[in-house]
Design a protein around this ligand. Structure first.
Ligand code: NAP
Ligand code: MG
Length: 477
C-alpha cells in the first residue's frame, strides 16, 4: 500500500479511500495508492509553505545545488530499482525505463549546477539612479504530471522549480505514482528538508483540481491534454496564478527527396513507437516529398512489420499502452481511419505470449491521410503514424503548420539553405534537422506554441519560468 508523501513522511489520505495500481502488461492490480482529496492537498501546501519560510528560502543557491546534486547521485545509485518500479507501473520496456531513470538523475544534476548561476542584472538608467533586477522564486509551485514519463517530467519540472528556490506539491497521474513517491523518499534520505517535495496521489478531477484552485499555490506547471490544460488555466485564472502548460502535439517529420534515408528511417520509426507512441513529442505525422513517397513507404512498411509488441519485461520494440481506455482510444482512431478508407500500409505484431488482459496495440502505418482528418489533426497517443505526400517546400510548410499544435518538428534534407528556411517557417517550439529529439537533451528548452501550450521547461530557460522578476530602482543622486 502506497501513502502520500508530505513533509518527509508517508501519510494516508484523510479520505480513507484507495485506488488500484494496474500493471499494463497484464491488466492486473498489484498495489494501491491513496485517493487523495482537497484536505490532503491543503496539508501538503501548508507543509510546503512552512518549509519555504523556515528553511528553503534561507539556503544559498550553492546549498540548494549541493542537495540537488546529492539527490541526483542517489537516483543514479537507485536507477535500476526506479526503472523496475516504472516498468511495472507504466508498462515500459526495460531500455526505456532505464533511460528514464538516468534522465531523472541527469535533470537533478543539471539543475544542481544551475542553482547558484541564476541572477538578475543591473540596468543602465538616468543619472543618479541604480536599477537592478532580482530573480525571485514564485514560492510554492504545483506540478500536475502525466503518466507517460513520470520520472522524466518530475525531473524537469520539480528539478527546475527547486533550483529556482521554490518548494513543490506534486500530483502525479493516478495511473503512475510509484516512481515519484520513491524519489521523494530518496530526497529525504539525502537531507532534503521536510516540505520541499510533497506528493499527493489521487484523481485529476479531485487532487489535481484542488491543487489548481488552492490559494497557497503560486505557480502551476501542467503537462497533459489540452482539455485539462484549459481547466487548469481556468482554475488558476480566478486568482491570477501563473501557469506553464505542455499540452502535447501532432509533430511532423518532413522528409525531402534528398534526405539520407538510411539515417532518417530508424529515427522516424523510433519517434512514433518509443513508449508505445505515448510521447508528447511523438513524430506522429510523416510528410514526404512525392517523388520518394512510394519508396519510403515501402521501406518503412517492411520495418513496421518487424516491430514486436509485448510485456514490458520482455523489452521488445513496443510495450503495452497505459490503460484500457487508452487502448480503446487508439482503436477508435483506427476504426475511423477504416471508415474513411485511409489505407493501412503495415502493422507490427503483438507476440503470442502477451497476456490477453494486457493493453497492447500493434504499431500501424497509414498512408494518404487527408490533412483535415482527425488522424492528421489530433493526438492519438499510440503507435500510429499518419503519412501524406507534399509537392514542394511551400506545400510542406503548409501541411506542417496545418494543425492546432506546434510542439516539435523534424526536417530531413541535405540542402543547407532549405534546412534553415524550413526551420524558420515551421511553427513549433523545437525543430530538429537531420535528427529528432536529440536524445531528450535536458539542456534544451522545451515547450510549444499554439495549442501545444506555453512556457518552457528543460534547460536554463525553465528557471526563468520558475521565477518572477523584481525591478529595484534606487535614486541616490
Ligand atoms: P490528462 O487527463 O490531461 O492527464 C494529465 C494529468 O492531469 C494527470 O495527472 C491527471 O490526473 C491530471 N488531471 C486530470 N483531470 C484534471 C483536472 N480536472 N484538474 C487537474 N488535473 C487533472 O490526460 P489523460 O486523460 O491521462 O490522457 C488523455 C490524452 O491526453 C492522451 O491520449 C494524450 O493525447 C494527452 N496527453 C498528453 C500528454 C503530454 O505529455 N503532453 C500526457 C498525457 C496525456 P489523473 O491521471 O490522475 O486523472
Ligand atoms: Mg500503473
Amino acid at each position: 500500500m502506497q501513502l502520500h508523501y508530505i513533509a518527509n513522511a508517508s501519510v494516508p489520505s484523510v479520505s480513507d479511500k484507495t485506488l488500484p495500481v494496474i500493471d499494463p502488461s497484464d491488466g492486473k492490480a498489484y498495489d494501491e495508492i491513496q485517493r487523495g482529496n482537497a484536505e490532503d492537498v491543503d496539508k501538503a501546501v501548508r507543509a510546503a509553505r512552512r518549509c519555504l519560510d523556515s528553511v528553503w528560502s534561507k539556503l544559498s543557491g550553492a546549498e540548494r545545488g549541493r542537495l540537488l546534486m546529492r539527490l541526483s547521485q542517489k537516483i543514479g545509485e537507485h536507477a535500476d530499482e526506479l526503472a523496475a518500479i516504472e516498468q511495472r507501473d507504466c508498462g515500459k520496456p526495460t531500455k526505456q525505463a532505464k533511460a528514464d531513470a538516468l534522465a531523472l538523475a541527469r535533470y537533478f544534476e543539471f539543475y544542481a549546477g544551475a542553482c547558484d548561476k541564476l541572477h538578475g542584472e543591473t540596468l543602465p538608467y538616468q543619472e543618479g539612479y541604480t536599477v537592478l533586477t532580482w530573480r525571485e522564486p514564485h514560492g510554492v509551485t504545483g506540478h500536475v504530471i502525466p503518466w507517460n514519463y513520470p520520472m522524466q517530467i518530475f525531473g524537469r519540472s520539480v528539478g527546475g522549480a527547486l533550483a529556482a528556490g521554490n518548494v513543490c506539491v506534486v500530483k502525479p497521474s493516478e495511473d503512475a505514482c510509484l516512481s515519484v513517491l520513491r524519489v521523494a523518499q530518496l530526497a529525504a534520505e539525502v537531507g532534503m528538508p521536510a516540505g520541499a517535495i510533497n506528493i499527493v496521489t489521487g484523481y485529476g478531477h479531485e487532487v489535481g483540481d484542488a491543487l489548481a484552485r488552492h490559494p497557497g499555490i503560486d505557480h502551476i506547471s501542467f503537462t497533459g491534454s489540452p482539455t485539462v490544460g484549459t481547466l487548469i488555466q481556468q482554475a488558476a485564472a480566478i486568482r491570477h496564478c501563473p501557469v506553464t502548460l505542455e499540452l502535447g502535439g501532432k509533430s511532423p517529420q518532413i522528409v525531402f527527396a534528398d534526405a539520407d534515408l538510411d539515417a532518417a528511417l530508424p529515427v522516424i520509426i523510433n519517434a512514433i513507437v518509443q513508449n508505445a507512441g505515448q510521447t508528447c513529442s511523438a513524430g506522429s505525422r510523416l510528410l514526404v516529398e512525392e517523388s520518394i513517397y512510394e519508396k519510403l513507404l515501402d521501406r518503412l512498411g517492411g520495418a513496421f512489420e518487424n516491430l514486436r509488441v509485448g510485456p514490458a519485461a520482455m523489452d521488445l520494440d513496443v510495450g503495452p499502452l497505459i490503460r484500457q481506455s487508452q487502448q480503446q482510444r487508439v482503436w477508435d482512431f483506427l476504426s475511423d481511419a477504416q471508415h474513411a478508407n485511409i489505407p493501412m500500409v503495415a502493422q507490427g505484431q503483438v507476440v503470442d505470449d502477451a497476456p490477453q488482459t494486457g493493453f497492447y496495440q500493434a504499431p500501424t502505418l497509414l498512408r494518404d491521410v487527408p490533412v483535415t482528418h482527425r488522424l492528421a489533426q489530433e493526438e492519438v497517443f499510440g503507435p500510429v503514424l499518419a503519412s501524406m505526400s507534399f509537392r514542394d517546400e511551400n506545400h510542406a510548410v503548409e501541411l506542417a503548420n496545418a494543425t492546432h499544435f506546434g510542439l516539435v518538428a523534424g526536417i530531413w534534407t541535405q540542402d543547407g539553405g532549405r534546412q534553415l528556411r524550413m526551420a524558420r517557417r515551421v511553427k513549433s517550439g523545437q525543430v530538429f534537422v537531420n535528427n529528432y529529439g536529440a536524445g531528450g537533451g535536458v539542456e534544451l528548452p522545451f515547450g510549444g506554441v499554439k495549442s501545444s501550450g506555453y512556457g518552457r521547461e528543460k534547460g536554463f530557460e525553465a528557471l526563468y519560468g520558475f521565477t518572477t522578476l523584481k525591478t529595484v530602482a534606487i535614486k541616490h543622486g
